[in-house]
Each structure stands twice: as structure tokens, then as C-alpha cells.
Design a protein around this ligand. Sequence first.
Ligand SMILES: [Fe+2]
Ligand SMILES: [Fe+2]
Length: 435
Amino acid sequence: MRTPFLATDLEVLTVTPTSVVISWITRAARRGTALPHPVPASTQLWLGPTRLDARIVHDDPMPRVFHQVEIKGLEPGREYHFRAASDGIAAVPSLRVTKGPSSPEHVGRFVTLTPPPGRYITTIALANDMHIGEDRQGIVLGPLPTSIPQAKTLPNYPEIMFTAMMRELDARHGHPFLALGGDITNRGTEEQAATARRLVDQYGVQSTDWLAVRGNHDRPPRGDTDPFGEHFVGFQQMVQASTPSGLRIVGIDTTHGSGGGSVLPEQFETIEATLQDDPDRPTIVTSHHPVTRDASLSSPGGPQFMLRRQDQIRLQRLERAASGVFLHHTGHTHRMRRGKPDVQGPHTEYFENAACASYPAGYALVHLYTGGYLLNFWRTSTKQALDWDFRSRWQTLGLAVQLMLGTTNDRNHVVLKDLSGLEPGQREIPEELRV
Ligand SMILES: [Fe+2]
Ligand SMILES: [Fe+2]
């Protein structure tokens, strides 16, 4: 007899102007309660302008555990009704955010994004927390099942996830400039830093194709050795890059000796001079640690795991004084979250991005227009990546995912902003933005 199963973890993961990505997983159930054990089943999705008009738009009999369906050809700014099922079992949400009374997963409806006004300019990819060299994901508490290793038959996950992400950025997103927000390695050893550099070199040239900042896992220098500094960028050194459109990307090193963070006075001087030299230039900032009090207080690690309060405020003030800084991307918390600034009158979005290496395991694309930008989170979706995603979902006894996924709005949103100083026409407009 077949193992009883449930279709759970329903997520409206990515919503663009013309497409949607909906996912769920099938797993064993005992007396109506889902267990971590995977059960392969078929994949069906219905979609339409009303619940009654929803038609089957995807029907795949191939048994699988991680069900992810991308539907294209939708219209921007329009509501769609959907339902999903595997072998006749309806897929349902299972997290606090996805079960919320107005969440798309709970109500079975979503609205496609409306692109910002103006012309398409370019696309930037934001990613962080690859943790190259790590072998368990989650909080390691002795023998307790709080962290998850890779399956014994498979190569270790950090390299799989990092490589698959960069291949996906090349193959389906047109090789956007890639900003790496720290924790690129797990312990900052020479071997890990060299491996990470070898992998990212396959994506392209530093400062032309990608930029990286240090995370607390990449470790500040110890004694005379600083492998991360040798392979990527020196300790407490600000870095910057430009794209052909004129967009500036600034990287800040927020690390010190522990999990928390600080910015040293010399780096602050460089940041201030750089921003003040050209304050109106459209700029994205990347640092490992989030820079809002809201991020610190809502993180399970607490404020001591985050950037010092006075440095958070100083960075926010410097960014407020430079009208071109429109987005500050951070990692470290491994979650999707739009932060709340502390300073009055801010014009910068403070955005925490989920990890490359663990659930929901992906990257954000920021599509710039002359009148604003559109941000989408994408899950890295090769078979091996999805297999690891299923496993890493169970880290910290399956509880961490409650914090990491964020809402559909955290992962997909549009912000109006005058970016007309940038030069359009340097890049082909992505398929999902062609309306
Ligand atoms: Fe991390
Ligand atoms: Fe970190």
C-alpha cells in the first residue's frame, strides 16, 4: 500500500510582471501530520482569472518530491486564482507567513507586478551566504538534530549551490553583475577562500562581472594571515564597481572578530568621501550585516550578532545624505526581509536576502528602469539544488524556515525612484519583463 502523504509548504515564491513560480513539497504523513520523509508524486497546477475559470496549466505525471511550476505569459498588474495538487492531494501552506489571512498561499490568489515607469536599464544579481567548506547547515548543538548534512551519496552542498546559481544567472538571466554579500566561505581558510575564488572566477572578472564583501564567516585577519583578503578584498576596505549603465555598486566590510559587526573609522571616511563625491549617482550598497535596528531586534541572534548600533545609524545617515543610494543589500540573517530604517526621511530600501546555500536557497534580481526598480527572488532550481533545498528545509528542527522565507512582498516588489541618470539600452530586456 502507498505511503500516506501530504502536499505542504505551498509557496508563491516568485511573482514577475508576466510569470509566477509556485512550489510545494510532498512528504509522508502519519495521522494527518506531515513528516520530513519525502514521497514522490505528480504535479498539477490550475490557474485563471477567477476561481471558477481556473484551468489546468501544468500537468506532469513524473513522480517528484519538490514541485516547482513556472507559468509564463501572464499580464502585468492582474489578479490570478490558482490551486495546486499532487496525485489528487491539494497543496497547502504550512508556515506562519504563508498561512497568514491575506497571504497568496492562503487565499489562492496573487497579483502580477506592474513594472516601474520608463525604460528598462539593467539587472543586478544579489547573493550571499554561500558558506563554501561548510558541511552542516543550521545551528550545531552536539548530537541534537538541529543541523542537516548533505546526503552521503552526493557532493557537498555549498559548491553545488554556488555553482548552480552562477550557471543559472548566465543561462537564463543574461549574466547580470553579481554582488556577493559575504559569508562566501565557512571559516575563511586558505583552502576555502581559494576554492570560492576559483568558482567565482568562472563567472567573470572582479569589479567588472562581480564584487564581494567579507562576512563574519570569512573571518578578519588572524596574525599575518588573511586568506579572504588575499583572494577577495582586504580587511575593512570599501570596494566599488560600475556597470556600463553608470550604476555604482559599493561594498562595505562590516566584520570584526565575532559574529557581530563594526565599521572602522578609516573605512567610514572612504565611504563618506565616495558617496559625497557623487551623491546623486544611482548606487546599490552591499554589506554583510544588516544596518537597521529593526533587523537587529527581529533577528534570533539578537543585537550582539549584528552591526554595532552607532555604525548602523552612521551608515543610514551617510546614505540619506547621498540621494542616489536607493538600495542596501545585506546577508547574514539568511532571510528575506524588507527592513525599517531608523533615520527620518530615508530614501534607501534596506533589504535582507536569503542564503545561497540554504532554504529557500537562491538570489535576488534587481531590474532597474528609468522610473524605479523591480526586485524578484529566484530559487536556484537544478535537480541537485532542489534536492538540497528539501533537506536544508529541516535545519533547526524545521523551525528556521519560518524566519527565512519572508512574505511574497518581501521577495517580490516594485519601488518608484528616479534612476533617469542611468543609461538604458546596454542590455536586452529579460523575458519576464517583456509586456
Ligand atoms: Fe551566513
Ligand atoms: Fe554571517
